[in-house]
Each structure stands twice: as C-alpha cells, then as structure tokens.
Design a protein. Structure first.
Length: 270
C-alpha cells in the first residue's frame, strides 16, 4: 500500500481476502476535508468488488493505492460482525445514503466537485437535480463514454486539471472506473478521488433508486435484482459462490486467533 496521509484514527480489518476500513460516512467527509489539496483515493468494497479483486491483479493494484476503503455492503458488515469485528450498519458507506450530507458539506466548504460518468444526455439532468437541492455547489460533469486510451482521454484529463477539483467522482461502473483511476493517477490533480458507480444515473432519474430501508435491512441487492434480473443475476447468484474459499479462510483464521490478532489495527496520524 502506498504511503498515505492519515488525519483520522482508522480501523482496518482483513475480511473476505481483502483489507477494508471501518468508517462511517461522517468520517469519510472529515477525511475529504482534512486531506484537501492532496491526492487521495477513497475506494469501496462490496461482494462484487471482492469478486473482481480476487480475479484481477489490476484491481488488487488499485486497492493497494487506496488511502481509505469504505464498506459498501450490509451483508459484508454482518459477516464482519459474525467474525468478531466491531462494526455495525452505521459503517455502511454508499453514495445514496450519504449524498445529501456530502453535497451539503461540499457547498458549505466550497469544494470544487468534478464528476466523470454517465451518458452525455443525462449529465445535464443529474447536475440540475443536485443544484436544485444544493444551489451553492460548484459542480462540473462530463460523460463517461469515451475511449480511455485515445485522444478523448487526454482531453478529459486536461479538462479535469484545468478545473482543479477538490473532489473527483468517477462513475463508470466496476471495474472500468477503478482501472481508469489507476491508469490515470499520475495525471490526475491533487484531490480526493472516489469511484461512485451509477451515482449520477440515480440523480438523473434514469435508474431505479431502491428505498433506503432496503439497504439498512441488507436486502437492497434483492430489490435491485427484482428490477434488473438479467443484468444482475450473475452478480448476485453466481459471483458470491466464488468467495466461499475466502469465507472459509475467515472462519479458519477466526478459530485460530482472537480477532485483534488478525486485524491490521488502527492507523493513526503520522
């Protein structure tokens, strides 16, 4: 993992073959504020990302670069509790849950926010929806439909650099967004970089938004599947089976040692 600037005591745990941080959305907002002017990556893990993490060396490289790794999965949090980790549903960090706090904080602190993602015809809708609720927000949006290896990519990177964002939101879906961040990192400005998936499609109203109680109950995946069964069948009913060896490893490790011996522990200010 790269050296990082730590302004918060962050408790990192080993779970399902990967490392992740036990943080609340408020802690993430504080981290963004405290590292303003520095390049940081705030990644996230759920069962889909864990599948990709096990499958792809490039995804493992991306997470090795991350300064903070949120847990974006209630089932994963419940599994962590079963393994003896001190975590709760309050530690679930996902855009739809913290978006109002994020945009209010961005407006209050004058964060310049740049979003890359979504179809060009939806960008105006998403920006308008956010500014309607938070008119003081400083926001730029660009489409995520471009050739990541061609001149369009070069032009986009120059555009981002010219706007000097404090926060860069990248919403191009896993693993495209993570790999784009990884490959463009040396050319991205000093800012907080967050992969956010379909966040702005929800803002534009072009994707179904599950009720927030579904996430708290741990059944958001089921609600999503009911609305997009063809697209999500493999993600929810096939990919999790590949994580069984990781789950068994957690169980074996839990039996052999107290939880505080296999957590990587809290990381404090340098």
């Amino acid at each position: 993992m790269k050296p990082s600037c730590r302004l918060l005591p962050v408790h990192r745990v080993a779970l399902m073959g990967a490392q992740m941080d036990v943080v609340t959305p408020d802690m993430v907002m504080d981290f963004i504020a405290g590292t303003r002017g520095r390049q940081t990556i705030i990644a996230n893990h759920n069962l889909h990302s864990l599948y990709l993490f096990q499958k792809s060396a490039e995804m493992r490289r991306f997470y090795a670069q991350a300064d903070l790794i949120e847990i974006d999965s209630t089932p994963l949090i419940l599994w962590g509790k079963l393994m003896g980790h001190e975590m709760s549903r309050a530690h679930r960090c996902t855009y739809l849950d913290f978006r109002e706090d994020f945009w209010a904080r961005a407006a209050q602190e004058g964060w310049r926010v740049f979003h890359v993602g979504g179809a060009p015809e939806h960008n105006g809708l998403s920006k308008e929806a956010i500014l309607r609720r938070h008119p003081r927000v400083r926001l730029e949006v660009r489409s995520g439909y471009f050739d990541v290896k061609g001149p369009e990519n070069d032009a986009l990177l120059k555009d981002i650099a010219a706007h000097k964002p404090d926060v860069l939101l990248v919403g191009m879906g896993m693993p495209r967004q993570e790999l784009w961040i990884l490959n463009a990192l040396d050319r991205l400005p000093p800012c907080a970089i967050l992969p956010v998936g379909a966040a702005f499609d929800y803002e534009a109203g072009v994707m179904y938004t599950p009720p927030r109680w579904a996430g708290q109950l741990g059944i958001e995946w089921l609600v999503r599947f009911a609305h997009e069964p063809k697209r999500l069948f493999s993600r929810y009913f096939i990919e999790p089976w590949t994580l069984i060896p990781c789950a068994l490893s957690d169980l074996f490790r839990r039996r052999r040692a107290p939880v505080n011996q296999y957590e990587s522990g809290a990381r404090h200010n340098p």
